[in-house]
Design a protein. Structure first.
Length: 528
């Protein structure tokens, strides 16, 4: 006789509370962090401007203020959605996320909070999509609910909601792609195949890594049919792939040879950091695993606890052990169509990137946001491990073993969820916005009556300053190796992250460079 699945009431309450708190944490904190470089890229593209337009008008040595830079991060009548598409052609990014965000900005504004709120909504949508996928895989509402609770409490997925980037939406669409593929296989209907095609094509127009998702789904079909033949692919699946190919073809045709920019703009990920040792690839993998369940960023409220107990690598080792155990149990107790799908979801982006890092060097697989669509597989595996362990131990004939083991397993499940919510809450409550470098810099400059800030660092690193500086603060930016001609009508002149070439040039002109103690990389010019 088949046993009914069991979930204690206290765990169900904890999961429910974690979902509610997780939603709250996703919509809170949207304006606390300063834009980081990739988010300025988002704002620039949504507004319809290219990097070169920004440089030509503002990074050529002319004196500007914050309003000049804000113009390039705001929706205005000078630029249309077509300009957004044209601007993306230079960087080869698929356009759909930026077009949707532009539409969102028209209704809700283009402030930092407004743009990030689109990611917050997308991150919240991951929850029902993950629930449906887990329910489809395990045929268990309780496992699906546990997986949803883990995602709701996940510091990583909460972090995605606080950034104006495409990764939360991409995760939603990838999850739906797997869901509709599974439904199409089980219920071969035109509706399901159309939904699969739509979800997968949309995901592809969000991020190039969706190509890896399609490849992993082909591998899944080969695995469940236990033969390496094209006959494993049904006609509806082939038709769906053809439709996806033809639907996406206009974009690579439009960008043409500029598709090589994908490589040139990510060369920084090719730096060889080694597989073992400190700051190695293995360490990054373990830290990423810990970030799924616990925010290990130090909190001022409990510094000692974070520094001694919440070591990311140690937590990552524990999670890795849980994943190995989950895979072992799956292989023993589930059918190939279940365990192969979970492995495919978990590895669909991570495995190709990790393989490239090992063979070619680099740390692409160590960049956690690239793995957003894969890490839902990790949560599904952990949910399966915890729930199936609880059911297995509950079936034991030894009463004391049942009670003790159940308490340990359900306590671990509750602990993982609570740890994610509590550590993320502590981080957000104790986050000090004023201590961010650009906020400290802007606060200092705003105090002077007629200051001038000079710099030659990357334009996208300076764009966030526009949201913090008062209009009376002047700026003079150039691109390396250009050198500025500094006007003489400013009483207080500062250099920020200036190159050695610029510092030498100004010293030769008779300026003295004095470090500003309160802010690193900031120098004050005196002497003329």
């Amino acid at each position: 006789m088949q046993r009914k699945s069991y979930m204690p009431v206290f765990l169900a309450i904890i999961i429910t509370l974690s979902i509610l708190l997780g939603i709250g944490l996703r919509v809170h904190f949207l304006n606390s962090k300063v834009y980081w470089e990739d988010e300025t890229f988002t704002a620039l593209r949504v507004a319809g401007y290219t990097r070169q337009e920004l440089i030509d008008e503002n990074f050529n040595g002319v004196v500007i203020n914050s309003e000049n830079l804000l113009r390039y991060q705001s929706i205005n009548s000078d630029k249309s959605a077509l300009d957004t598409i044209k601007s993306l052609a230079d960087d080869a990014h698929p356009p759909l996320y930026f077009l949707l965000l532009r539409l969102w900005a028209k209704y809700f504004g283009d402030s930092i909070t407004a743009l990030r709120s689109f990611s917050a909504v997308s991150s919240i949508l991951i929850l029902p999509c993950l629930f449906l996928l887990a329910q489809e895989i395990f045929k268990s509402t309780k496992i699906a609910y546990l997986a949803t609770g883990l995602n709701a409490a996940s510091p990583f997925y909460i972090m995605l909601s606080h950034e104006a980037r495409m990764y939360a939406l991409w995760t939603v669409l990838t999850t739906l792609s797997y869901l509709f593929l599974l439904r199409s296989i089980q219920h071969n209907t035109t509706k399901n195949w159309c939904l699969y095609t739509l979800a997968t094509l949309t995901a592809l127009y969000i991020h190039w890594f969706s190509i890896l998702t399609i490849a992993s789904q082909c591998l899944y079909l080969l695995m469940i049919h236990n033969r390496w033949s094209l006959r494993c692919f049904s006609k509806p699946f082939i038709y769906a792939c053809i439709a996806i190919f033809l639907g996406f073809l206009p974009w690579p045709v439009f960008i043409g040879t500029r598709i090589t920019h994908l490589y040139t703009q990510t060369t920084w990920t090719g730096e060889n950091i080694g597989l073992f040792g400190e700051q190695s690839l293995l360490e990054k993998w373990l830290v990423n695993l810990s970030s799924i369940f616990i925010n290990t960023s130090p909190s001022r409220a409990a510094t000692w606890f974070y520094e001694t107990m919440l070591q990311p690598v140690s937590i990552g080792l524990v999670v890795a052990g849980m994943l190995i155990l989950a895979i072992y149990l799956m292989l023993r107790s589930t059918q190939i169509k279940t365990w192969s799908l979970l492995l495919i979801i978990t590895a669909n982006v991570y495995f190709p990137l990790a393989l490239a890092d090992i063979l070619l060097g680099g740390y692409r697989s160590g960049i956690i946001r690239y793995l957003a669509s894969s890490l839902i597989g990790t949560e599904l595996l952990v949910a399966y491990l915890l729930f199936s362990s609880g059911q297995t131990l509950r079936s034991s004939s030894i009463t004391w073993l049942i009670k003790t083991s159940n308490r340990l397993v359900w306590g671990l499940a509750s602990g993982l969820i609570i740890a994610g919510v509590v550590t993320q809450t502590l981080f957000q409550i104790n986050f000090d916005r004023t201590q961010q470098p650009l906020v400290k810099l802007a606060t200092l400059l705003n105090q002077y009556p007629q200051p001038l800030l000079v710099s030659d660092i990357r334009p996208t690193q300076l764009l966030p300053l526009a949201h913090e500086l008062s209009p009376h603060v002047s700026m003079q930016f150039v691109t390396r190796p250009q050198l500025p001609n500094i006007p003489s009508n400013f009483s207080d002149i500062f250099l920020y992250k200036a190159s050695n070439n610029m510092q030498t040039h100004l010293t030769q002109q008779g300026y003295s460079l004095e470090p500003v103690d309160s802010i690193s990389d900031l120098l004050r010019l005196t002497g003329l």
